[in-house]
Every structure is written in structure tokens, then in C-alpha cells.
Design a protein around this ligand. Structure first.
Ligand code: HEM
Length: 187
């Protein structure tokens, strides 16, 4: 299955990278090119989610799950792959359901922030995959220097987990408050 996984991962990586570039272009420009590129964004993100799910499934079939579970590097790859896939899928739903409204006012900068985070997650997923395949990249070296040693289990301290739960609850509350507020017309 490894060759299929390696072949399949190119699709979500290319689609998500293109989507990130379009989001940056659209955030900085209201011109015709940016609007046309944005017209393809929902489809690109949908195809990214679909091919990401296929790559994820193929990845799970390479090694027995016991082997994956007993290797910190493989576990880290799966954690970041799960985050990347979930994250970009949510971005697709956001753009699809939110439509043109995601570019109004400050929201466009939220989109840029989300795209930057998604790009970071997919980059770490890919570089950990390269390390698993025996071809570590310079990005792995940067991650090891700046964030954590990739050959040990990635974990979040308890205080950060609590912070994440509080932030998630806050965002849901903001969502409910925003839903009740009178809607503004898109530009
Ligand atoms: C969005 C999901 C995923 C992406 C984008 C991704 C990306 C990658 C990349 C870029 C490589 C390196 C290929 C190479 O340099 O030859 C790789 C390798 C690998 N990935 Fe993933 N991966 C994903 C999900 C998974 C999952 C869920 C598993 C489950 C264990 C997994 C297991 C592996 C393994 C075992 C290798 C090494 C393959 C080999 O030995 O050639 N991947 N992955």
C-alpha cells in the first residue's frame, strides 16, 4: 500500500496548497482574478477533503495498526494527518456554507489565519511522512529544533488542553450570539 499512499498524498497536498494561495490572493484583492480564483475555492477544498480521506485510508493500510501505535514517529504522523484532514474539511464547509460572506471585513483575515494554520499542519504531516519513508527533509530538522523532537511522542500539556476546551466553548458561544445578531448584506 505504501506506493499508493505516496501517490495519493500528492492530491490533498497540491489542492490544499492551491487553496491556501487563493485565500491569500482573495484576502488582499477584490479584483477580477481573485474573484474568479475564489469561484473555484469550494470545489478545490471539497476535492482536497475527498483525496485527503483517500490518502488517510491508504496510509492506515500500510502497516499493521500495532506497528503504527508502537512508533512515536508514526503516531505523530497520524495525529497531524488527522488534524490536517479535519481542519481543511472544516475550512471547506466554512467556505461552502459561508459563501461570499467569508470575505467581508475582518473575516477575510480570519480566513488567512485559518489557511496559514492549515498549511502549517499539512507541512508537518508531510515532513513526518518523509521521515517515516526514510527521507527526512529540512522541515523535519526545523520542527525538531523549534517545536519538538519528532521521534518522541507529541503531546500537549494539560493546561493547554484546558485552554483549548475553553476556547472551543467560547467560539461556540460567539457563534450562537452571532447567529442572533441581524445579518449584514455582503459587499
Ligand atoms: C492527510 C493524510 C496524510 C498525508 C497528507 C500524508 C503524507 C505523507 C507523505 C508526504 C509521506 C512521505 C512520502 C515519501 O516521502 O515517499 C507519507 C509517508 C507515510 N505515511 Fe502518510 N500521510 C497521511 C496519512 C497517513 C496515515 C493516516 C498513516 C497511517 C499510519 C500514514 C502512514 C504513512 C507511512 C507508513 C509512510 C511511509 C511510507 C513508506 O515507507 O514509503 N499516513 N505520508
Amino acid at each position: 500500500m505504501a506506493p499508493y499512499h505516496v501517490m495519493l498524498v500528492h492530491f490533498p497536498i497540491a489542492l490544499w496548497t492551491t487553496a491556501a494561495l487563493i485565500i491569500i490572493l482573495r484576502a488582499f484583492s477584490d479584483g477580477a482574478l481573485a474573484r474568479r480564483a475564489d469561484g473555484a475555492l469550494t470545489l478545490l477544498l471539497f476535492l482536497g477533503a475527498l483525496s485527503g480521506a483517500a490518502a488517510f485510508t491508504a496510509g492506515l493500510l500500510i502497516w499493521p495498526l500495532e506497528a503504527v501505535a508502537s512508533s512515536p514517529l508514526a503516531r505523530n504522523h497520524v495525529i497531524f494527518a488527522s488534524w490536517s484532514l479535519t481542519y481543511w474539511t472544516l475550512l471547506w464547509l466554512l467556505r461552502w456554507r459561508g459563501g461570499e460572506r467569508v470575505w467581508i471585513g475582518l473575516r477575510r483575515w480570519v480566513m488567512v489565519g485559518l489557511a496559514a494554520l492549515g498549511f502549517g499542519l499539512q507541512t508537518i504531516t508531510g515532513t513526518l511522512g518523509g521521515s517515516l519513508a526514510g527521507t527526512p527533509s529540512a522541515v523535519t530538522a526545523i520542527v525538531r529544533r523549534v517545536v519538538w523532537e519528532v521521534y518522541t511522542t507529541f503531546y500537549l500539556p494539560n493546561w493547554l488542553l484546558i485552554l483549548l476546551v475553553v476556547a472551543a466553548a467560547l467560539m461556540i458561544a460567539i457563534g450562537f450570539v452571532g447567529k442572533r445578531a441581524p445579518a449584514r448584506q455582503p459587499r
